[in-house]
Design a binder for this molecule. Structure first.
Ligand SMILES: *[C@@H]1O[C@H](CO)[C@@H](O)[C@H](O)[C@H]1NC(C)=O
Ligand SMILES: *[C@@H]1O[C@H](CO)[C@@H](O)[C@H](O)[C@H]1NC(C)=O
Ligand SMILES: *[C@@H]1O[C@H](CO)[C@@H](O)[C@H](O)[C@H]1NC(C)=O
Ligand SMILES: *[C@@H]1O[C@H](CO)[C@@H](O)[C@H](O)[C@H]1NC(C)=O
Ligand SMILES: *[C@@H]1O[C@H](CO)[C@@H](O)[C@H](O)[C@H]1NC(C)=O
Ligand SMILES: *[C@@H]1O[C@H](CO)[C@@H](O)[C@H](O)[C@H]1NC(C)=O
Length: 463
């Protein structure tokens, strides 16, 4: 039941050929099995409970204010020159993103993606392009006031703010946690990520395999497929990460075992006559920088090289080869929520062509789902591409969330928005000669904070 509380994200494929009919019958009505084979912290927060020092996971953004000068540390020019402590307000250059080495040791990534490092000879703090021993820092927290930290450099000394323009790694002593100690900083955590990278690297290579295996074996079980069948759904959409193709030994920190869980899903689906949409949610390098794409630190690097695209095509090839023979394989979704402008339509098109061919190599019938880009993009930008393919589908996501336009809407206004505006959006996409449309994600949740169960149900029925 828990799964439905958290992830009743339903979707359907509408037939393009009967766009004129008032009520097109969707061939699939499905639930997303979110938070299972790709971790999303909000779906199952307790998965992170056992991580030591869990405030400091990969991708945590921190700002540090010196107690003695009362100003923020800043990577001058976003990185490339020096670290100073002369900013009265904190923004991008004053924000450092953590890479976790283990529970006490971290790299600090600066705005332009370089790293804070130690100039061992001068005991000064520098900006480094590459990572080594000189870029590993220990964060010590005041056990009585967790917002006070000190940072120990790899030479054994603490960072200290000598003047607003001189930060060095040469503070020896302890000196307490008071406002007179130049090695003490006020910590402000301004961003957190709770995805697969964070959970696996947070537990580390010894514990993560056990924790993830337990999660995969218990979060979705055979009984859920029985329930799905019973309530009249006929499909599931299963988000997976690129590392599944490298099971049982994926690159660190990811751990093996999700492939076995997906195999189980296929055997249950076959047993109960349920279809599966396999959805590549995490592409190598991350296609959107969000935690649910397996990103380490919000960087979005997918699609920037041919190598990276080729690597992703191989993942699709692997999945298609493995499941093509299953009567439950309904569709392969090539990539979830590629984000513009970081992902260009040209490079995405190149990938979609190769990904389509990879699926077709193994299956003449599986639908191939091409996700529209989020961010600045055109709803029909993939039409020409999709029209040149057979059994291709355009995927769109319709949340009444994540945008100011839903702020302040009453339940009734939300319902009208779905009736009028979403209908218009779908009509724009649904043409008699165009591709099929998949509303791959939507959710009954409203932005309205005081919505009652009845409200949620009404808007769900409207969808
Ligand atoms: C901070 O210090 C750097 C290095 O001296 C200087 O270039 C910059 O203008 C200073 N910024 C402020 C806001 O004082
Ligand atoms: C963390 O890593 C650092 C640097 O490699 C090492 O010195 C330290 O012992 C490690 N700590 C733990 C708890 O593993
Ligand atoms: C921490 O960050 C938040 C969000 O940027 C900001 O509103 C707040 O003033 C900051 N607090 C401190 C102590 O820097
Ligand atoms: C698209 O791919 C080309 C070549 O592989 C690369 O040079 C370019 O930077 C990529 N564009 C984006 C937005 O990633
Ligand atoms: C919804 O559609 C109506 C016209 O049917 C339009 O006036 C309104 O601006 C749209 N709302 C939003 C938030 O786009
Ligand atoms: C929810 O709050 C809005 C205003 O914030 C109010 O108009 C509405 O009546 C409330 N709804 C319920 C169900 O309490």
């Amino acid at each position: 039941m828990k799964l439905f509380l958290f992830s009743i994200i339903c979707f359907s494929i509408l037939c393009s050929s009967n766009g004129k009919s008032a009520r097109p019958i969707p061939p699939v009505r499905a639930v997303n099995l979110g938070g299972w084979l790709v971790t999303e912290g909000w779906i199952k927060p307790s998965l992170f409970d056992g991580i030591p020092n869990k405030d400091f996971l990969d991708g945590t953004s921190v700002q540090l204010k010196s107690v003695t000068v009362g100003k923020y540390l800043s990577a001058e020019n976003g990185g490339g020159t020096i670290i100073v402590a002369n900013r009265t307000t904190a923004s991008d250059w004053e924000t450092f993103t953590l890479w976790r080495i283990n529970e006490t040791t971290f790299n600090f990534r600066v705005f332009n993606k370089k790293f804070v490092g130690l100039d061992i000879v001068r005991k000064s703090i520098a900006i480094a392009n590459t990572l080594g021993v000189a870029e590993t820092f220990e964060i010590q927290r005041n056990p009585r006031d967790l917002n006070r930290v000190r940072i120990r450099a790899p030479n054994g000394f603490f960072l200290q703010v000598k003047t607003e323009e001189l930060v060095s790694a040469d503070y020896e002593g302890d000196g307490g946690w008071g406002n007179d100690n130049p090695s003490v900083f006020l910590l402000n955590i301004t961003g957190r990520m709770q995805g697969e990278y964070q959970v696996t690297n947070g537990y580390g290579p010894l514990v993560a395999p056990k924790v993830m295996k337990e999660h995969w074996n218990t979060f979705i079980v055979e009984k859920d497929f029985i329930f799905i069948k019973k309530v009249g759904l006929n499909a599931v959409r299963i988000p997976v990460g690129w590392w599944i193709a490298h099971d049982p030994s994926p690159p660190k920190p990811f751990v093996g075992g999700s492939l076995q869980a997906l195999d189980n899903a296929f055997s249950w689906a076959e047993k109960y006559g349920i279809k599966i949409i396999v959805d590549l949610h995490c592409a190598p390098g991350s296609q959107n920088g969000w935690e649910h794409s397996g990103s380490r630190d919000s960087s979005q690097e997918w699609g920037q090289t041919d190598d990276n695209i080729q690597q992703t095509v191989q993942v699709i090839d692997f999945l298609a080869a493995r499941y093509a023979k299953s009567p439950s394989l309904f569709a392969v979704a090539l990539i979830n929520e590629p984000l513009a402008p970081g992902v260009s339509v040209q490079n995405l098109t190149k990938y979609y062509k190769a990904g389509y061919d990879a699926v077709r190599k193994h299956s003449p019938t599986a639908y191939v789902v091409l996700a529209n880009r989020l961010g600045p993009s055109e709803p029909r930008e993939l039409f020409r591409l999709a029209n040149g393919m057979t059994r291709s589908v355009i995927d769109v996501h319709f949340y009444s969330l994540f945008s100011d336009i839903y702020k302040g809407l009453t339940v009734q206004q939300n319902i009208e928005y779905i009736y009028n505006n979403r209908t218009a959006h779908l009509r724009e996409l649904t043409t008699s000669s165009g591709p099929l449309i998949l509303v791959g994600e939507w959710v009954a949740e409203l932005l309205l904070k005081n919505a009652t169960k009845q409200d949620i149900q009404s808007s769900k029925y409207t969808q």
